[in-house]
Design a protein around this ligand. Sequence first.
Ligand code: ADP
Ligand code: UDP
Length: 236
Amino acid sequence: MRVVISIGGSVLAPGLDAGRVAGHAAAVERLVEADCEVGAVVGGGGVARDYIGAARRLDANEVQLDQIGIDVTRINARLLISALGDRAAPSPAHEYEGAGEALRRGDVAVMGGVMPGQTTDAVAAALAEYVDADLLVYATSVDGVFSADPDADPDAEQHARLTGTELVDLVAPMSRGAGASAPVDLLAAKLIERSKMRTVVLDGTDPERVAAAVLHGDHSGTDVVPEGSHDPERWT
Ligand SMILES: Nc1ncnc2c1ncn2[C@@H]1O[C@H](COP(=O)(O)OP(=O)(O)O)[C@@H](O)[C@H]1O
Ligand SMILES: O=c1ccn([C@@H]2O[C@H](COP(=O)(O)OP(=O)(O)O)[C@@H](O)[C@H]2O)c(=O)[nH]1
């Protein structure tokens, strides 16, 4: 099985905790040992937002802010690479071909951001499509896609299952300035819709949840399923 995992910066390195990064690397290693080919795309989290906030106060424009965000995602990617050691390609791929080549060599391919105007959510969706992944997993700080921001609205209800088109409709109205927050960005949702990529959005605070979702189809987040898929069971 080939899987792309998007590890949000808020999940990988909320406080630059080496033990937490090691836990995510261990979950990736478990997948490799179970014969999965793994691409991991790492986000910038709070550190990226802090840098973006400071640069915005210094009047940097949105593209410059995005470039700062990309640099932070690549630093976080290097943290995960440090924890993966020989399992991973030695540096974060800056484009999809490099990540694809790493997978072909049998390495874990690790990426951060690639270009302004998007987030690592879109990088993960594009990488998943590029390498013909069987599954795309977003490990984020909330357990799936909700009707509203669950951190702000206690009445927000989780969607157990969405089609790609429903995901696009849900995230389309959300604001997307540099450093903004949404379960996945609009470009990612459009790529998922277009590629019909089987996708899971889940709480990845505990990295074992990611491994359980990939290996056993066992999770409590949101399944994004191809249009016209009527199977009421979760995939396995
Ligand atoms: N409708 C929604 N469903 C789920 N999460 C949402 C929604 N709207 C906003 N969010 C926010 O999106 C955040 C997840 O994205 P983000 O903070 O960028 O995490 P990551 O570091 O994983 O990319 C959550 O903290 C949540 O508050
Ligand atoms: O391909 C990319 C990836 C990231 N970013 C920038 O880097 C920030 C941090 O990336 P991340 O994916 O963590 O975004 P978040 O989920 O925090 O919005 C984003 O907000 C963007 O400003 C970008 O411009 N292009």
